[in-house]
Design a protein around this ligand. Sequence first.
Ligand SMILES: NC(=O)c1ccc[n+]([C@@H]2O[C@H](COP(=O)([O-])OP(=O)(O)OC[C@H]3O[C@@H](n4cnc5c(N)ncnc54)[C@H](OP(=O)(O)O)[C@@H]3O)[C@@H](O)[C@H]2O)c1
Length: 252
Amino acid sequence: MISVCLLGAGNVASHLFKALNNTENVTVVQWFNRDLKKISTDKNDVHITDNIDALKHADVYILAVSDDAIADLSTHLPFENRFVVHTSGSVNIYDMDKKNRRGVFYPLQTFSKNVPVTFKDVPICIEALDKNDLNTLKQLAESLGCSWYKINTEQRQTLHLSAVFVNNFTNQLYRIAHEISDAKSINFDILKPLILETARKVQETSPFMAQTGPAKRNDKKTIKKHLKLLENEQHKAIYELLTQSIKNTHGR
Ligand SMILES: NC(=O)c1ccc[n+]([C@@H]2O[C@H](COP(=O)([O-])OP(=O)(O)OC[C@H]3O[C@@H](n4cnc5c(N)ncnc54)[C@H](OP(=O)(O)O)[C@@H]3O)[C@@H](O)[C@H]2O)c1
């Protein structure tokens, strides 16, 4: 049985709590957040606290808080030589206070508090400075039914950078497409099968092989028409930049 103390109550912590609390080999002994209102709905399922000095003993302390708060919060933990991990893709393992044993439990997925996630499908990138601690993280990931990958800080930061391209930037392109279609009273739902197929296709072939469209074909007249249709100068600049990037990749 692995005992866990969870710190933070945002997108990741909320999903982690649900997943950990429903896992046989894991017990969540306490849930901390500086603002108790954020976790009060779960107060019957777990001991909650907003007092950092009242943290109970646990095998693992998971700091699922904002990147910028991780280092500072790790210095305020009222104990030493316990196992403390963060859940960030970009924060260095050494940024946490060395008074405790340090590790990382980074779930590579996009989490929004009220959008359900199938946790067992989330790959977990784990890192620890101590071999036994690494084993604890392997067991924790396996208990959740997740695949785990031993990833060092440099690799994790590169993965996080790639994740920004595949998730955040792609999602921003969806948002722009939504705005463009909305402006002409076109239902965004019509584009949803294309969004799904785009994501499905790269499960079977490389992104290079999956590319289609006017930039890859170098259909100059179509590209010109699209640029004329775009009213927003920033959208025009994004279109031109990505078109050039596709042309460079495909030797046009
Ligand atoms: N969201 C994702 O898709 C995702 C995916 C993988 C990893 N991550 C990583 O997981 C971590 C949490 O992300 P999130 O999306 O869950 O963030 P979030 O929803 O913005 O929640 C941030 C949490 O940090 C707490 N916090 C902020 N500043 C604090 C401070 N100075 N002291 C104590 N607590 C503080 C907040 O407390 P209050 O509730 O009181 O404001 C809140 O509970 C980050 O390291 C992020 O990089 C996020």
